[in-house]
Design a protein around this ligand. Structure first.
Ligand code: ATP
Length: 201
């Protein structure tokens, strides 16, 4: 059976934490590929100003360019309205059919909140999950959350041993706004794109 990881996020901008999580997930769960799906309007960030969809998409294309098993989908960017994960996963199921196993990939923070997402019951009943560890969160809290979700919905949840990268897009935006450099935090091509397009100034 083919196995595909779907990795949703705002990616404003994409950073090493995202890329390394995707690569570690692909390797450890033996995924055929990971598809990054940048959100048009993230339900929990509706009050925040986000970088244009074109810039976020281009940075993802640059960041994933060298890896054969990393792809970027414009599905949410092209859809109308708020980007709800259950709608994206329904579309991916339709596209890849029932002989492909779909995993949704998250970091610790997102998985801890997943039961508050729209149509959480459908999301947790119909798909498998790969959770990557993100620094700054308690493992016991994640373990309790994974156990509860496995019991309540019968969900397959894989907590992988990814290389931990202590970075967030917020930190990068704040650093660049203050005139700093993000070179260690994002791939070199993404850094060049940010500079050339005068983003986050
Ligand atoms: P922001 O700071 O703008 O909220 P972010 O860095 O958290 O952004 P998102 O695009 O919101 O990035 O995250 C997309 C997904 O990637 C989420 O599931 C999140 O948990 C995960 N993620 C983000 N950064 C890391 C990291 N450093 N390590 C592991 N997972 C991460």
């Amino acid at each position: 059976m083919k196995k595909i990881g779907i990795f949703g996020g705002t990616f404003d901008p994409v950073h090493w934490g995202h890329i390394i999580l995707a690569k570690d997930a692909a390797e450890q769960v033996k995924l055929d590929c990971v598809i990054f799906v940048p959100a048009r309007l993230q339900p929990f960030k509706l009050d925040k100003k986000i970088t244009s969809k074109i810039d976020r998409f281009q940075m993802l294309k640059i960041a994933t360019g060298d890896a054969e098993n990393l792809e970027v989908s414009a599905y949410e960017l092209e859809a109308d309205g708020i980007s709800y994960t259950y709608l994206t996963m329904r579309a991916m199921r339709k596209r890849y059919g029932t002989d492909t196993k779909l995993y949704f990939i998250t970091g610790t923070d997102s998985f801890l909140k997943i039961e508050t997402w729209k149509n959480a019951e459908e999301l947790l009943s119909d798909y498998a999950y790969i959770v990557g560890v993100r620094p700054g969160y308690r493992q016991e809290e994640l373990d309790a959350c994974m156990d509860r979700i496995r019991q309540r919905y019968g969900t397959e949840v894989r907590n992988i041993a990814n290389v931990q990268v202590d970075v967030s897009s917020t930190e990068i935006r704040e650093l660049l706004e203050a005139g700093g450099q993000a070179q260690a935090l994002v791939p070199a091509g993404v850094e060049r794109y940010i500079k050339t397009h005068g983003l986050y100034r």
